[in-house]
Write a protein that binds this ligand. Structure first.
Ligand SMILES: C[S@@+](CC[C@H](N)C(=O)[O-])C[C@H]1O[C@@H](n2cnc3c(N)ncnc32)[C@H](O)[C@@H]1O
Length: 270
């Protein structure tokens, strides 16, 4: 059975309404603050304001996580024009300040190794290579993004009651999935979804959900976009909470997740 609770609004208003200790994992890709058109003009904040916003939602999310719950966040490497400012370091500092523990990092490489030499690059790498074939000013193009993983409290998760009680109970990954997904480089082709300017492919949240939660647990995406994390949860049998501020993206996510979970789903939108 798949359940989804979808909320249209600002996650900073929704997060405080969630039951404390009710969510095992947050998987999200927050706004990158790079001027994307999310319909509200809010993706171009001054650097300091962006980090105030980030600290705010991080702090509001923490109480909703179970002890040992995780936050997996997909970020850009940098923001702004040159000199660019590093994002993962600033994000890590904000998360530590908000009370999270840093666990791990994964590099999502947006394609297979065979694509790295394709002219024009892939996965957003584009052809902004600076001075073409000249050492005078080549630009390193972006074909990857970091995913940082944090936890609330301790490193491990315990099932404290019912079937599977114990400290180290198997989840629902295959041996091959576990071996591949515990490596810190993930080769996953970027999303080609045209309905939103900044989606990740469902494969990314699918891996995170299966790696960090047990079947039936609850996962949240406070910046749901058009619903990739919700689709991953529907496929993996996890309950989902999704929050999205833009009405159009919210409606699209609702439609997709409802379709995906239609068989035996318990669906609520508000
Ligand atoms: C990078 S996109 C996420 C895309 C998503 N991972 C997907 O694959 O569809 C960030 C999303 O956060 C939404 N957003 C921005 N600020 C928000 C806020 N304060 N509360 C909720 N959603 C917000 C934007 O409208 C945008 O859709």
């Amino acid at each position: 059975m798949h359940s989804a609770l979808l909320r249209h609004g600002d996650c900073r208003e929704v997060l405080p309404t969630l039951d404390a200790g009710s969510v095992a994992l947050a998987v999200t890709s927050p706004p990158y603050n790079c001027g994307k058109d999310y319909g509200d003009g809010g993706d171009s904040l001054p650097w300091d304001d962006y980090w105030s916003f980030t600290r705010e939602w991080l702090a509001l999310l923490l109480p909703a996580l179970v002890d040992g719950g995780r936050l997996a966040v997909n970020l850009p490497w940098w923001m702004g024009k040159k000199p660019r400012r590093d994002v993962p370091y600033a994000f890590k500092a904000a998360a530590l300040e908000a009370g999270y523990l840093f666990l791990d990092k994964i590099i999502w490489i947006k394609g297979g190794e065979e694509n790295l030499h394709v002219s024009g690059g892939f996965g957003g790498g584009g052809c902004g290579w600076g001075t073409y074939m000249s050492p005078s000013g080549p630009v390193i193009r972006c074909a990857s993004e970091p995913i940082l993983v944090f936890s609330k409290g301790g490193r491990g998760r315990k099932i404290t009651s019912g079937e599977g009680r114990g400290a180290c109970v198997r989840g629902d990954m295959t041996k091959e999935e576990f071996h591949a997904w515990t490596m810190d480089a993930w080769f996953v082709r970027g999303s080609a979804d045209k309905s939103h300017p900044a989606t990740f492919p469902v494969e990314i949240p699918k891996r995170l959900v299966k790696l960090y939660t047990f079947p039936g647990e609850r996962v949240i995406d406070p910046f749901m976009g058009v619903g990739a994390t919700g689709l991953a949860c529907a496929a993996a049998g996890r309950a989902f909470i999704g929050v999205e501020r833009d009405r159009g993206f919210f409606d699209e996510a609702s439609r997709r997740i409802e379709d995906a979970g239609r068989q035996g789903s318990l669906f609520g939108a508000a």
